[in-house]
Design a binder for this molecule. Structure first.
Ligand SMILES: Cc1cc2nc3c(=O)[nH]c(=O)nc-3n(C[C@H](O)[C@H](O)[C@H](O)COP(=O)(O)O)c2cc1C
Length: 347
């Protein structure tokens, strides 16, 4: 058996190892990532990745590279330890630590037969430089879907803020209640994001949560405009004096209401319904390990008019709020802003 230490290679060693593989007519799959605090989602992903070729090389971000991408509180585990954990997995044949935000040196020195990435990416959303380089060396692209419910960011938050893992199978009523409330206190506004796309499946789950919100007379007057188009997102960001950072978020949602559908045709019900949907979006985002920030639109008439125009909507459609969404590059801690003087016990 090859020891984990021997699987951890410099780039030069990996080039020689790959040449030997080629001589034996064996294929190579490559994937890359931070793999900070290795969890079951990572392991299942790597097991799937290994099936794509005869051998698997993992390019792992150096500590400086993780800090650059995910903020100053990361990584939790240093690069040598992350490499050692990866190299100890049966699925992994070689590990190379790379500097900088992208493993371009690794790809240009080692031409993989297959390039594997998580299912939040597509060929269109891969970094353009990485994509062009891999395409030019003839790599096949494979995207492996997420294992639901696992993310280092959510484990990190649980460790820092307290709280246990979501229970497997049956759990006590108290644990469920604590977890449920934790989810509320852990939601914080996140205004800095990693340059990493948000998968359509995640947006879909977020919108399912949005439309589970309460609504007066169950009229559901809402509309959700998902800002996938970079140009439109930047134009909307430019209308928001305190939301310019929406342009740097990989995605966002504008929540609008249709006055014709609102309970009694009343604006106040429309705003209340859409606000409840906004809160559901924020909670869902946080639970998925993503980050978001509510950006005020209504009742500022200039923002309402500008966004309605950009979305090409008629006068009956009221933009209520924009929400910037992405993978967090900052992690504000759990908190409650509980105030005794806001509470009146009417006994
Ligand atoms: C109606 C509304 C409008 C908001 N508008 C903005 C905004 O334009 N820009 C921004 O950065 N945050 C905005 N926020 C987020 C608040 O600043 C944030 O929720 C508040 O500071 C509490 O922090 P927390 O969300 O981290 O708990 C808005 C929140 C609400 C509810």
């Amino acid at each position: 058996m090859i020891t984990p230490e021997r699987k951890i290679m410099t780039l030069d060693q990996a080039i020689a190892w790959h040449a030997a593989l080629r001589n034996e007519h064996k294929t190579l799959a490559v994937t890359n990532g931070a793999f900070d605090l290795l969890h079951r989602g990572h392991v299942e992903y790597l097991n799937q990745t290994a099936k794509e070729a005869d051998a698997l090389l993992v390019a792992v971000n150096s500590d400086a590279s993780v800090r650059q991408l995910k903020g100053p509180e990361r990584p939790l585990i240093n690069e040598n330890d992350r490499a050692m954990l990866l190299a100890s997995l049966q699925a992994v044949d070689a590990v190379v630590i790379f500097n900088g935000p992208k493993p371009l040196d690794v790809f240009s020195a080692i031409h993989p037969d297959v390039y594997v990435k998580g299912g939040d990416y597509t060929e269109d959303s891969l970094d353009r430089e990485e994509y062009a380089l891999l395409k030019s060396v003839g790599a096949r692209f494979v995207f492996i879907p997420f294992v639901a419910g696992f993310s280092t960011t959510s484990i990190f938050r649980r460790l820092r803020d307290g709280g246990s893992a979501p229970t497997a199978g049956q759990s006590s009523c108290k644990a469920v209640l604590n977890n449920a409330l934790d989810m509320i206190f852990c939601r914080r506004s996140v205004r800095r994001y990693q340059p990493r796309p948000v998968a359509d499946e995640q947006i879909d789950a977020i919108l399912q949560a949005a439309m589970a919100a309460p609504s007066a007379g169950a009229k559901d007057p809402w509309q959700f405009h998902v800002l996938k188009n970079d140009g439109l997102r930047a134009d909307i960001a430019a209308t928001l004096p305190y939301g310019r950072f929406l342009a740097q978020a990989p995605t966002g949602i504008v929540v609008c209401g249709d006055l014709r559908r609102a309970h009694g045709g009343e604006l106040s019900y429309l705003i209340q319904d859409c606000s409840a949907a906004c809160e559901n979006i924020l909670l869902a985002v946080s639970q998925l390990g993503l980050g978001a920030c509510w950006l005020g639109v209504h009742p500022r008439q200039d923002r309402v008019d500008a966004i309605r125009r950009l979305l090409k909507q008629p006068a009956e459609i009221i933009p209520v709020a924009a929400i910037a969404i992405g993978w967090p590059a900052e992690n504000p801690p759990k908190r409650s802003r509980y105030r005794d003087d806001a509470v009146y016990w009417e006994r």
